[in-house]
Design a protein around this ligand. Structure first.
Ligand code: GRF
Length: 192
């Protein structure tokens, strides 16, 4: 049995897909949603799906052990970042080595790094005239958007695409592939 915690800062459509996917899984479960934004819609989704949630601020996250204590008390094995915008502090990387998974809405290593999130990513892809974009699911380390890539999937960038059009296409890819990529990775961990 693996217990999953999801960190999210925004809408949480990926978090919802992951919760639903694992609600039918006898070996893994989403135990906790954590957010740095008290008004993030992900918290509403968590409530609707009966998953407990925790909100923390910057000071708590970076200068106290409260978040870590919460994760340990819930016996969390793996952390999923689903639209979480803050850099993960060292104490989490140390406590969860190779056990923090992020999703990025582009084909890394392109269009990643500090400040590259949300619409900015899609705007940059369109501005550069790229013909394709996609998603990258990867383990995280001390730098933004680096770490071992677990999965990538591509989609076309169409000539008239707005950043919103591209974001919608990317979200579809994310919802289809993120839960099953987490599951596949959990199975490789169990096989070790
Ligand atoms: C996703 O596009 C993800 O790739 C990025 O943030 C977005 C989160 O969307 N890191 P949602 O909150 O899951 O709808």
């Amino acid at each position: 049995m693996s217990n999953i915690a999801i960190f999210a800062s925004g809408s949480g459509s990926n978090a919802e897909q992951i919760i639903k996917y694992f609600s039918e899984d006898s070996e893994h479960a989403v135990k906790l949603i954590l957010s740095n934004k008290a008004d993030a819609y992900v918290l509403k989704r968590a409530e609707n799906l009966s998953v407990p949630s925790v909100v923390f601020d910057r000071q708590t996250f970076y200068n106290t052990s409260q978040v870590l204590d919460t994760l340990l008390a819930a016996e969390i094995d793996i952390i999923v970042l689903a639209g979480f915008l803050w850099l993960v502090p060292d104490y989490l990387l140390t406590t969860f080595p190779q056990r923090i998974i992020n999703i990025h809405p582009a084909l890394l290593p392109d269009f990643g790094g500090k400040g590259m999130y949300g619409a900015r990513v899609h705007e940059a892809v369109i501005r550069e005239g790229r013909k394709k974009s996609g998603i990258t699911i990867h383990l995280i380390d001390e730098e933004y958007d680096r770490g071992r890539i677990l999965f990538q999937a591509e989609c076309p960038v169409l000539p008239d695409d707005t950043p919103d059009d591209l974001a919608a296409r990317i979200h579809q890819l994310e919802h289809r592939h993120f839960p099953e990529t987490i599951k596949a990775y959990l199975q490789t961990l169990h096989a070790l």
